[in-house]
Design a protein around this ligand. Structure first.
Ligand code: ADQ
Length: 500
């Protein structure tokens, strides 16, 4: 990135602010920066350039607006950048967040159209909230050299709203979830609005080449006057004299942080306790947010299928499935929780033997030490989403496996497969028998093959970590030379990998 651009102030915009609010014994509110990969990577950039993070605090009902603003004034001193809360009227939050974001865009973009609820009121709320975000951003822009980076599917319309109020600052946008194929996208009643909104950004970032290709196909089919050109990883087009670029930038994790923390004494201690507690030869780990896109029931069925078809696995394998609660007010998520719990209980009821319980199921968030110890203890990481933008669990599992002795079984529909396909065991997450076979194969895999595969996986995650991702995206938005972006070609199933 050139020196001039490095000085531009950066404004990050996401649905939720990356903060954790807690109340002290005296009832005072305390604000701490969140610990996710995105904030870890962006915080130094925001500090260097001077920056601001705009988002919904999510707890407006618990805390007075005035108190929150006073607290955020304090954070400039502590963090070197500040937060700007977007206060959303309570009557819009449900329809915008639980409604349009999570019952229209989320299922449709994960190829699960039957789970969509295309209620018109949801769209109205989505537009209204995107307008509120745009106004908050506009109020906070100091000059045209400020750079704005909007995140994810909740805020696809913010760019267009900003253009309506004549914002000329550069605006980048990154979609964390997949972009659907043309046939699916056409089902969306507001398809033209969404496409035209996205084309108001200066840069549209996708996780994989497949997502970018789907987007380009939608533009070419629905807006044939727009010609998208280019050959490399970043393409471009002109829309009303405004240049729009689009590229694929696979998000990642802070590899060094995971690798270093995985080697700490606390993790070693917890690892020893876990190993002591699980006497089975092979510990298999699943870690997911509660979501139907993560393929948890299908994974449990595959585990059951492995126990049925390979009786020699009895007492030899244990599945440790952690599910973190999510979107608790949507009925489909409650039903999914029940379905998972029934399957776990059915499988354990049928296969448990004295001294061996096949599935350990935890429905809660676990702390970082516990997660790292589990990643290290797991001989097999089982990551089988039906569809996923990227899936950071797959990368965290590899980064934490500092002894290189683990096998990653990965869904070919996770964005992570675009980078990890050669060295993971790739599976079609709908193919229960293929997952069961991969489990069996992984259990019997020799140490040499495990280590060769895991070393190669770790090298890929290390090379393209979260800092690389931030740098690549920001360079693509703000630099002029697009030839620096080497193409990244996705995994496409071939005759060799597809078992009919
Ligand atoms: P998510 O759908 O939330 O993210 P993912 O990428 O797997 O999915 O990230 C989940 C995160 O939550 C991981 O960092 C994981 O460690 C953590 N986590 C999960 N279960 C946990 C538990 N029980 N306890 C503690 N931590 C837990 C969206 C997209 C993804 C995309 C990311 C980033 O859906 O496809 O990879 O954004 O772009």
């Amino acid at each position: 990135m050139n020196k001039k651009n490095q000085k531009n102030r950066l404004i990050i915009v996401s649905n939720r602010l990356p903060i954790v609010l807690s109340q002290t014994d005296t009832g005072q509110w305390d604000v701490k920066q969140g610990s996710g990969g995105l904030v870890t990577a962006l915080a130094p950039v925001l500090r260097d350039r001077g920056g601001l993070w705009i988002g919904w605090p999510g707890t407006s009902e618990l805390i007075e607006k005035q108190d929150l603003e006073t607290m955020f004034e304090q954070t400039v001193k502590d963090f070197g950048y500040t937060f700007e809360p977007v206060f959303l009227p309570a009557n819009l939050v449900n329809d915008y967040y639980l409604g349009f974001s999570n019952q229209v865009l989320w299922p449709l973009f994960h190829d699960l159209q039957s789970r969509c609820d295309f209620a018109p009121a949801y769209w109205d709320a989505y537009q209204a909230v995107n307008k509120i975000f745009a106004r908050t951003i506009a109020r906070n822009i100091k000059d045209d050299d400020d750079h704005i980076w909007v995140h994810d599917y909740h805020l696809m319309g913010v760019g267009q709203e900003l253009r309506k109020i004549k914002t000329t600052a550069k605006i980048g946008y990154f979609l964390h979830i997949p972009f659907p194929s043309l046939d699916l996208f056409l089902k969306l009643p507001w398809r033209f609005h969404i496409l035209e909104s996205l084309l108001c950004y200066d840069m549209i970032g996708f996780q994989t080449q497949r997502d970018r290709r789907n987007f380009v196909q939608c533009v070419h089919a629905m807006l044939p006057d727009i010609k998208i050109r280019g050959k490399g990883r970043v393409l471009s087009t002109k829309v009303n004299d405004h240049t729009v670029r689009m590229g694929n930038f696979p998000i990642s994790i802070d590899y060094n942080e995971f690798a270093q923390k995985a080697a700490t004494k606390e993790v070693e201690k917890r690892l020893a306790e876990i190993k002591e507690a699980f006497q089975a030869d092979q510990l298999i780990l699943g870690v997911d947010r509660l979501d139907y896109s993560k393929g948890i029931p299908e994974r449990l069925l595959a585990f059951r299928n492995a126990l049925e078809r390979y009786p020699e696995l009895e007492k030899k394998i244990t599945l440790f499935q952690i599910v973190v609660p999510s979107r608790q007010r949507i009925e489909q998520y409650d039903n999914l929780k029940n379905e998972i719990e029934q399957l776990v209980s059915e499988i354990n009821g049928r296969f448990t033997r004295p001294g061996w319980v096949p599935i350990h199921y935890i429905y809660q968030s676990v702390d970082r030490t516990e997660l790292l110890a589990l990643y290290r203890a797991a001989d097999i990481g089982l990551v089988t989403p039906l569809k996923d933008g990227m899936n950071l669990v797959a990368k965290e599992y590899c980064a934490s496996h500092i002894d290189d002795n683990g096998v990653l079984i990965l869904s070919e529909f996770a964005g992570a497969a675009s980078q990890l396909h050669k060295h993971a065991l790739l599976v079609n997450p709908y193919d229960i028998q293929a997952i069961a076979d991969a489990i069996y194969y992984a259990c019997r895999m020799g140490t040499k093959e495990r280590k060769t595969r895991m070393k190669a996986l770790r090298k890929i995650v290390k090379k393209s970590d979260i800092y690389w991702w931030v740098d690549e995206f920001l360079t693509a938005v703000f630099s002029h030379n697009l030839n620096t972006f080497r193409p990244m070609v996705d995994y496409i199933p071939s005759q060799d990998t597809v078992q009919e």
